[in-house]
Design a protein around this ligand. Sequence first.
Ligand code: MRU
Length: 349
Amino acid sequence: MFLRALEWKGRSLRFLDQTRLPWEEVYVETEDYRDIVEAIKHLRIRGAPLIGVAAAYGLCLGAFEGLKSEDFFSFLERVDLELRSTRPTAVNLFWALDRMRAIWSAQNALGDWEEVVDRLVAEAKAIDAENVATSESIARFGAALFENGDRVLTHCNTGPLACGGWGTALGAILWAVHREGKKLTVYADETRPILQGARLTAFELLKSGIPVTLVCDNMAGSLMSRGHITKVIVGADRIAMNGDVANKIGTYTIAVLAYHHGIPFYVAAPLSTVDPEAKTGGDIPIEERNPQEVTTFGGVTVAPSGVAVYNPAFDVTPSSLVHAFVTEEGVVYPPFEEKLQALRSKRRK
Ligand code: MRU
């Protein structure tokens, strides 16, 4: 039913180029970690959980190449650094690379490089499998929040393409409809500037047989004021310990609107997205992207040349606007800090 966004093929990684959707389904298979670096930077591979899994496999590709180098561990350091510098906000990238680093730095003294590579591949596969299981739990817990007849708004893309498995916020919608037979009306924001909602969420929903109504980002207020929305659910790229949430630009606006209209605003994300190093949203680095994403639409220039552009890829929604988090351990209601702390420390790294 779902497209497979990533697949480890033993010595290579096959991925779906998400920049080509919905027009064509193009798969790329590569043994070169540099292609994974490029793919993450340019959003061919995207979505916080999937970026983490791709980075782990990217490190494996680098490790295979490192076997041919003079200094295996310096080579791995370089690969790790290149992968870390692809995108700054989704913490899953750093979380997955930290797990991989724990494997190779522990083996540093061993000298048996082939053995290290085997262990790295095993760890990347474990991250991948855990990610699929985690997203199924999130989808299940999230689905339970919906009632028959709910009219749900979502933002950006948080389904199988962004996560593997069922997905997070979109996974909850998919699970509610396909596994629980609930009747939902789904609205998807187009998600300017690069339209993950229009290109990917609408595509995934229609492909799985769920009707969806696409709206421009600036139509959410109108929808809510007319009573068309009963619940909002989104994903997250990084959650601070106090419950502030960095997610795709435009999320904050929707959260404010939802609060104003008394509509529950849910955030669905794995606990690996909770960053113990970030006390509040102010500690979360926000990626700024190429101005061309704003001055063009579908490849056509829509602004005068030389115009100044502000293009943050994410914004921060304060925890006070979050009704609840949906995690693989269940639904977490306020106050968040202690509960997130307890759940986060329960999981390995
Ligand atoms: O820039 P993207 O497309 O990687 O941004 C994706 C999002 O903002 C998603 O909402 C977020 O990663 C959650 S994915 C389950």
